[in-house]
Write a protein that binds this ligand. Structure first.
Ligand code: UDP
Ligand code: MG
Length: 324
């Protein structure tokens, strides 16, 4: 690619941040030289997802002598995917990369992603983790199950082990913005779009500082949103379980009647009780699943925005300039 062709491109880098004051200095120190050396105009859209620590103040300080850095601060913690949505909505680049703030995804791969996208005319370049040895056994095991299930529900175009480190073309970003989905899971929505895509492999590093912002509860939430967002199959689970239970019941009825007619009583307090609890448990699970889908309809109908902007350094600068 010629230098002139590159110079016309604008790259946006979206970084969701929630309580990342410990990781932020290292992040900026490693990210800036990579982007400065790219030979392409760029902007960094740092989305402060309602952090309770000094993340926003640090970002403001950083932006003072890093003109390409823009902070969009959300009014309250809205979650990783909502923060990504805010970043995608505000980014203006021809290509938009998204990356975590904790340096688990290497910024040095962004130039490679851009190069690949431009050279092969791709709209999506996934960052694929080829080695998860820094993750805990539990995380690897749950992630393995998650991607296995999602490839079955959404389709084989979902790359295994691709998180939210990726590059999107402007066209792909616009397509995402048109989707009405409220609870977004980008790692599934992006492959679902069906744009031409490629991969860049990388080794997931250890979190540079701070602790994970994805406790088990948020992981379960993401998994439930993933399933309910792409498949109605669990809704049919009740039908299948009910059918199986009914036929089992017929068999048992036949058995009990035969035994009764031959004059014996069927002992079975234990089996009765276990059966009762079993059916009760299955029923509650089915009602819970139904509830998940109803909740999804409920939030879709409410149509509340995924986030509110409390501060946008780019907008605020423009306003200050206008006032002067
Ligand atoms: N994050 C966010 N809002 C949240 C939780 C996380 O913006 O409610 C950001 C976080 O600051 C980080 C990225 O999302 O930049 C991924 O989170 P984390 O590294 O904690 O997840 P993990 O890598 O442990 O799965
Ligand atoms: Mg992380």
């Amino acid at each position: 690619m010629s230098a002139a062709a590159r110079a016309g491109t604008l790259l946006s880098v979206v970084v969701p941040m929630y309580n990342e004051e410990d990781a932020l200095p290292s992040f900026a120190a490693r990210m800036r030289p990579v982007l400065d050396g790219l030979g392409v105009r760029y902007e960094v859209v740092a989305v402060d997802d309602g952090s309770a620590d000094k993340t926003a103040a640090l970002l403001r300080d950083l932006a003072a002598d890093w003109p390409e850095l823009r902070m969009v601060r959300l009014r309250r913690n809205s979650g990783h995917q909502a923060a990504l949505t805010a970043g995608l909505d505000h980014a203006v680049g021809d290509y938009v990369a998204s990356i975590d703030a904790d340096l688990q995804d290497p910024p040095e791969k962004i130039p490679e992603m851009l190069e690949l996208a431009r050279a092969e005319g791709l709209d999506i370049v996934y960052g694929v983790r080829e080695d998860r040895s820094t993750d805990t056994g539990f995380k690897r095991w749950t992630a393995g199950g998650y991607y296995w299930l999602m490839r079955r529900l959404v389709g084989r175009q979902v790359p295994a082990n691709a998180g939210d480190f990726r590059l999107l073309s402007r066209e792909a970003v616009e397509a995402l913005k048109e989707l009405p989905d409220q609870q977004r899971v980008y790692r599934l929505l992006v492959p679902w779009l069906g744009f031409p895509s490629g991969e860049v492999r990388y080794v997931r590093e250890e979190r540079v500082a701070g602790s994970t912002k994805y406790p088990l509860a948020k992981m379960v939430r993401l998994a439930l949103d993933s399933v309910t967002g792409f498949s109605a199959a669990p809704l049919r689970l009740a039908t299948w379980l009910g059918t199986v239970a009914f036929f089992t019941c017929l068999l048992l009825l036949g058995f009990s009647l035969t035994v009764y007619l031959f004059g014996a009583t069927v002992p079975g307090w234990t089996s009765l009780f276990v059966g009762l609890l079993f059916i009760g448990g299955i029923q509650l699970i089915c009602v819970g699943l139904l509830g998940e889908y109803v909740a999804r309809i409920y939030t879709a109908v409410q149509r509340r925005p995924a986030y509110f902007i409390a501060e946008d350094t780019a907008r605020d600068t423009a306003r200050d300039t206008a006032r002067d």
